[in-house]
Design a protein around this ligand. Structure first.
Ligand SMILES: Nc1ncnc2c1ncn2[C@@H]1O[C@H](COP(=O)(O)OP(=O)(O)OP(=O)(O)O)[C@@H](O)[C@H]1O
Ligand SMILES: [Mg+2]
Length: 395
């Protein structure tokens, strides 16, 4: 008789496969990311820099000719290229002589509370990570102090920012360290700077799963406290340091997502407008509402400043998608952001090289492709920035 496939065999196979894969990834990483390689942000044309600063290109040129502010790099063709550091220095300079406080530095002022934006949907691939990464980067480029948190054990947001979840975090360093029930560390210990000024990151990796396992245990032992406030309480330690926190949630409604939901002041639900996605969303919304009821029953305040749906990977030429978009807009009205994230090869190709649209060079794409994608992405992010500004009581 044939030997049956025993548990042990399966273990051995899985272990072997894991080792092979790790070795392959190691050597890939060695060639793609030499040991000390770090990611860099590209430089921006004078037009892009002016737009990020909210001034005219000619005004930026005048500042340059007058020798005010940082000296941008000039190309042989005499074009000016600004680094993100240059842009930030210019912003600070412009703010000093601004007519109104905050004309150039859009972040919090006295009395404004930190915005914590949870990007969620339990549907995998609905665009949560793409949205989180572009939102966090765009806000940082516009002068907000931003903290991006990867709450997904799959750690795509982390990898996108040049941190290798399986190699760089072997000794911990994810949010789990700061929200665990036994000996949590101060949240500052897990924050790292990125290659983008104004943007810090708390990376994630599989260790975050521990929170899903620990919580039921802590609950049964009666020492979980208000477990859904673990993230909120950790963030309270750094309330003075950021204007906006962007949390990329995992594709499930577990304890991590619940904690993000409890911490959030704004909730962004990403929807890819296809029938299967929309059907599962109905379930997601009902389960979320049930969970929020449970949390509210324990006396927690579950009010949020805002909640919006964002249409992602949208193809305007696709008739069935259009029907779904029309139907969602009719049903949910202004809860659906006007701007929508178009599907674009510029976005998916950038993702393949672990970059966002803000990091890739425009010259790497057909101009119209790149321009269409970035216009849609900026429109989405700027609409969210407006919500943030409104929450702070500004126009
Ligand atoms: N606007 C877009 N145009 C083209 N491709 C996109 C777009 N948005 C996302 N993608 C691609 O779709 C895939 C899924 O996107 P993403 O990782 O952002 O989804 P997610 O909701 O975070 O997924 P998960 O649930 O697994 O975390 C990625 O390969 C990404 O590059
Ligand atoms: Mg993701």
């Amino acid at each position: 008789m044939d030997k049956t496939f025993s548990q042990e065999d399966l273990n051995a196979v899985i272990r072997q496969h894991s080792e092979w894969l790790a070795a392959q990834l190691h050597s890939q990483r060695a060639s793609l990311f030499p040991p000390n390689a770090t990611k860099n942000m590209r430089k921006f044309t004078s037009g892009e820099a002016a737009s990020l600063l909210g001034v005219n290109d000619s005004y930026l040129r005048k500042l340059h000719l007058d020798g005010k502010g940082p000296s941008p790099e000039t190309t042989p063709g005499n074009r000016r290229l600004y680094s993100t550091e240059d842009i930030q220095a210019l912003r600070v300079l412009l703010e000093k002589t601004a007519r109104k406080v905050g004309d150039y530095l859009p972040g919090r002022r006295d009395g404004d509370h930190m915005q914590i934006i949870g990007v969620m949907n339990f549907k995998g691939g609905s665009g949560k990570t793409t949205t989180s990464a572009h939102l966090a980067q765009r806000l940082a480029l516009r002068g907000y102090r931003v903290l991006a948190i990867d709450l997904d054990p799959q750690a795509s947001l982390t990898a996108l920012h040049g941190v290798q979840p399986e190699f760089d975090l072997v000794d911990g360093g994810t949010l789990y360290d700061a929200i665990r029930y036994d000996n949590p560390v101060p949240i500052r210990d897990v924050i790292r700077e990125t290659y983008i000024p104004n943007l810090d990151l708390i990376p994630g990796n599989l260790e975050l799963m521990e929170f899903e396992h620990d919580t039921p245990r802590a609950l049964s032992q009666g020492n979980a406290g208000l477990f859904f406030f673990r993230v909120k309480e950790a963030l309270a330690q750094i309330d003075d340091s950021y204007d906006v926190v962007v949390i990329d949630c995992p594709p499930q409604l577990g304890f991590l997502t619940m904690s993000a939901l409890s911490a959030a002041t704004g909730v962004l639900v990403t929807i890819h407008p296809e029938m299967l996605d929309v059907m599962s969303m109905s379930q997601f919304l009902r389960m979320t509402a049930d969970l929020m009821d449970v949390i509210a029953e324990s006396g927690a305040d579950m009010s949020h400043d805002w909640m919006r749906y964002l249409l992602t990977r949208y193809e305007p030429s696709d008739a069935p998608q259009n029907r779904i978009v029309a139907f969602l807009r009719t049903m949910y009205g202004d809860k659906v952001l006007n701007a929508q994230m178009l599907k674009s090869t510029a976005i998916s190709d950038a993702g393949l090289t672990k970059q966002t649209l803000y990091e890739v060079e425009r010259s790497a794409f057909t101009r119209s492709t790149y321009d269409r994608a970035i216009e849609s992405m900026n429109a989405v992010n700027d609409e969210i920035a407006q919500l943030i500004q409104q929450t702070w009581g500004r126009k």
